[in-house]
Design a protein around this ligand. Structure first.
Ligand code: SAM
Length: 208
């Protein structure tokens, strides 16, 4: 085997291990905010391991969506166009946008769609990398190079600082109920610093 193939195989093995650890990290981050037995839409679900944990541990009914098919589970999953969520209006209790907005070329249609598909009183949970300050920005940039090399995942969107996001959420008709600092991803000091926004519809129409 060539050295390149050895490195590629090693990166793939590490990436598979990280996907499961990542689902556990995401589950711990949102667990207290997801009601038992509720309907969850996981947008940008990648491996779909998180949906499996939500189903098995909280009896949630989960639909996972993504712009590519990287589903490693038997969970319900659909590919979509990255803009229009292919589900009925007011049909979900919780919508998850976990580390996806900086991958999307345009976050505005996704935020508007989240508002459309959430039931009254429903909750949108958005996790993002914190790029506040040069060090955090460098960690996030390095991590995304690693992601690209190990999974082929592309990124078309923008990183924003913790205080830049809320005005985009407000413009789509959401109120930020809570901002939770999650620390470094998977607790690894050299991985991005993460933040979770807990959002509810504020009753106004969105940007459309
Ligand atoms: C860093 S991964 C996050 C995956 C998963 N949510 C997690 O936290 O482990 C970013 C994900 O966003 C997806 N993505 C890229 N563009 C998107 C878009 N326009 N809408 C939804 N998801 C998108 C990618 O395919 C990828 O699955």
């Amino acid at each position: 085997m060539h050295l390149g193939q050895v490195i590629a195989a090693k990166l793939q093995r590490e990436s598979a291990r990280v996907e499961k650890a990542r689902a556990e990290f995401n589950f711990r981050s949102i667990q207290a905010l997801v009601p038992q037995g509720c309907k969850v839409l996981d947008v940008g679900a990648w491996s779909c391991y998180l949906g499996q944990l939500l189903r098995d541990r909280l009896a949630c009914e989960v639909l996972s969506l993504d712009v590519v098919n990287a589903n490693k589970t038997e969970m319900p999953f659909q590919v979509f166009d990255g803009k229009v969520l292919p589900v009925d209006s007011r049909s979900f209790d919780v919508v998850l946008f976990l580390y996806i907005l900086h991958h999307a070329a345009d976050d505005k249609p996704l935020l508007e769609e989240a508002s459309r598909v959430l039931r009254d009183g429903g909750c949108l949970l958005i996790a993002e990398d914190r790029v506040d300050g040069l060090w955090n920005r460098a960690l996030t940039a390095g991590f995304h190079i690693w992601l690209r090399l190990s999974t082929g995942m592309t990124r078309d969107g923008e990183f924003r600082t913790t205080d830049q996001w809320p005005k985009r959420f407000h413009a789509a008709g959401f109120e930020v109920k809570e901002t939770i600092f999650l620390g470094h991803h998977l607790g690894r000091f050299l991985w991005p610093n993460n933040v979770l926004f807990v959002l509810r519809k504020d009753g106004r129409a969105g940007m459309r």
